[in-house]
Write a protein that binds this ligand. Structure first.
Ligand code: ATP
Length: 351
């Protein structure tokens, strides 16, 4: 049995993650979940959104299936993490959000987000089959901001050669394993000549050594327009952190919305699997959330641990439920709840 850390999270997290968990368990995968509490419930119960038990569990299991966690909006909310660093002794670090704290503490330097059409799901575009590689550790997300004076705020954008090389190499290796052929680098190097300029130049120079993958580049605003007008022409995208965040949601919108976009974060030692969507407080607790993104993140997790037969079974069962359209959530044009859609998928799995 492979132990996997399980975090339900906030907002719609507990609902969609219960679905993902039940479906992974019903698939016959040799997985055992180790549940820990993170997010606002942990803040209430333990005084911190990321208690030590979360890191202990992920460090032991190396893999986590994670729901969205809510970071209070605005103000000067910061998360302080105090952990023993084998080299530096005890160290305190602060981060602007729970997800950023987790990704940075665990060294998860890339998010991978497959975005594609699914039969039976109404969408704006057809033949979309994208993989987005989002750099996860740098850019404006380093969280260094300050008020210069009362009416002026400043944020620091960091792009490094090392960080860009690392994410580019990862993207190329990942593509090679899947037989994907074209990588488009998104940037704004015409304005941010140093930061985005370095990202573009470094990514291009790493990619030059891989003749089997065609590499091109697009300024990110033009890339957004192109993705809306002709997404079928794109294969894989490599983006710095902020553009990666924005383009992921845009791309999810092309194929049916955030409810259908799974994701994974990878580093040298750990991997966490989590949907692109956040906590969706507008529909939390209403049994309305689409569990598909969480379920497909679970499928990505199963493929990562080489449980491909249960992963195939889940995709097949989900595909049948989508095609029948009887038990799908409102965002997919149906009227079923999260629980009814989950039950329908489990029924197909057992059939
Ligand atoms: P957060 O602050 O945690 O990012 P958010 O509400 O700003 O939360 P998302 O949770 O990413 O952002 O979602 C934006 C909107 O998309 C939600 O308000 C919801 O209406 C819709 N949405 C997101 N996820 C789902 C889902 N799984 N099923 C149905 N609708 C969803």
């Amino acid at each position: 049995m492979r132990r996997v850390t399980f975090i339900a999270g906030d907002g719609i997290g507990p609902e969609v993650m219960a679905a993902a968990r039940a479906i992974v368990e019903a698939s016959g995968a040799a997985v055992e979940f180790d549940e820990v509490v993170a997010g606002q419930r942990a803040e209430r119960e333990h005084g911190t959104p990321l208690p030590r038990a979360v890191f202990d569990s992920i460090e032991a299991n190396r893999i986590a299936l994670k729901g969205p966690t809510q970071t209070p909006f605005g103000g000067d909310y910061r998360i302080t993490i105090e952990r023993r660093d084998p080299q530096a002794g005890s160290a305190k670090r602060t981060y602007p959000s729970i997800s950023i704290a987790l990704r940075r503490e665990l060294g998860l330097f890339v998010s991978v987000r497959p975005i594609r059409n699914y039969p039976g799901i109404p969408s704006r575009c057809e033949k979309v089959d994208l993989i987005i590689f989002r750099e996860n550790s740098e850019d404006l997300y380093v969280g260094i901001e300050r008020m210069v004076d009362e009416g002026t705020a400043e944020a620091i954008k960091i792009i490094s050669e090392r960080g860009t090389e690392r994410v580019t190499r990862f993207a190329l290796d990942y593509m090679q394993r899947l037989g994907r052929r074209r990588l488009t680098i998104g940037h704004k190097a015409n304005v941010m000549r140093m930061t985005d300029g370095l990202f573009l130049k470094t990514a291009q120079s790493v990619a030059k050594a891989r003749s089997e993958i065609l590499v091109d580049q697009r300024v990110v605003d033009a890339l957004c327009m192109d993705l809306v007008m002709r997404p079928e022409e794109y294969d894989c995208l490599l983006l710095p952190n902020l553009y990666g965040d924005i383009v992921s949601d845009l791309a999810a919108g092309l194929v049916g919305g955030l409810g259908v976009a799974p994701g994974a974060n990878f580093g040298a030692d750990y991997a966490t699997f989590e949907a692109v969507h956040g906590t969706a407080p507008d529909i939390a607790g209403k049994d309305e959330a689409n569990p598909m993104a969480a379920i497909l993140s679970g499928v990505m997790m199963l493929r990562y641990i080489e449980e491909s037969a249960p992963a195939d079974r889940i995709e097949r069962a989900l595909g049948e439920v989508l095609k029948e359209k009887r038990a799908v959530t409102p965002d997919l044009g149906g009227s079923a709840g999260t629980r009814a859609m989950t039950a329908a998928i489990i029924e197909k799995l057992k059939a």
